[in-house]
Write a protein that binds this ligand. Sequence first.
Ligand SMILES: *Cc1c(COP(=O)(O)O)cnc(C)c1O
Length: 422
Amino acid sequence: MDYDTVREIDPAVADALSGEVDRQNDTLAMIASENHVSEAVLEAQSSELTNKYAEGYPGERYYGGCEFADDVEQLAIDRAKELWGAEHVNVQPHSGSQANMGVYLAMLDPGDKILSLDLTHGGHLSHGHPANFAGQVYEVEQYEVDEETGYVDYEGLAELAEEFDPDIIVSGYSAYPREVDFERIQETADAVDAYHLADIAHITGLVAAGVHQSPVGVADFVTGSTHKTIRSGRGGIIMCDEEHADDIDSAVFPGSQGGPLMHNVAGKAVGFKEALEPSFEDYAEQTVENAKALADQLQSRGLELVSGGTDNHLVLIDLRPSHPDTAGKEVEEALEEAGIVLNANTVPGETRSAFNPSGIRAGTPALTTRGFDEAACREVADLIADVVDAPEDEAVIAEVSEAVDELTDAHPLYDDEEPLYE
Ligand SMILES: *Cc1c(COP(=O)(O)O)cnc(C)c1O
């Protein structure tokens, strides 16, 4: 897009918008929660539905003129049901965090107890961190991953559940490279008579494609973001069985939101349609294969990975064993200078701080959308390792930067000639 119409009215914003297109084109997006949506999703998201108030649900709105809003929302719901096999779906949450808020509001009273994974071990703010509303309204206890193995400490979780007697156990994580055993966590939740919320924000696409086990039909509630591996319009989603449908719907609207972002719901509908195509399975499989190749090559360059590898779309590098004097932020900044955009991340048993942690998280969803294969991801792993070895060496940064240019030129984004993906 050239943003000519915006430019006529507002050159400053037009500059930022085209700057962002160039930035995405010229850099490698390796933030594990990011992806590039198709031109069709972009178009739907920028549609005139942004003008429409559609408080309520399809067929039961508080405003007139909702026939097309109804069509779009019903399509999003039906496709989500087909993708994930859920009985009931709410596609209105404005974000993944709002989806979690919807579940808490529906099922908990203030002061009730949440048991969730520690943020520094891979959890999410919306799972009850003190800086988030969930940490302020509910009583929160946290389980951890085993610091030796990097895997969720399922036994420790079961013991903590017995002790703490939670009302809800939250599974699903932001920086966890391994498959989550939802059934095992469900058993723990059943044993203490707690609900189980499986937050699949990161792995929505992997679950939809069947390359990660699904919590749908296992956990009481499943939430997700719709713009991460599932590559649809930006926002959130809640899935549950019919029994909890009304409670969930009322908690989203009017419980915690006003009018739905119907243009985003349209983007969700289009993205879900794309994800129902057989080619999406190939995409999800390739995303995981690419992460494995990335992991393998990073390890052969002497870098240590939390849990020793990956089952999904991301890797978490612990810099401490190989580079004890190098912090995550320093590497993040040097890599960004070289055109590789990812984030410093805490690691289990963090010894630095949340602002300058000891790890780096890197994901393959966006690169895979761009057409990267395993060989290209191995090359990227080498570039990352080069910078980790010498974050202050300008000559290294310049060399890596050149290699990034070649990679991005070979895999153009949003060019007018060809669609981003089929
Ligand atoms: C990304 C994420 C969310 C929600 O993120 P939003 O930015 O609010 O969409 C929720 N839970 C987990 C585990 C996440 O990784």
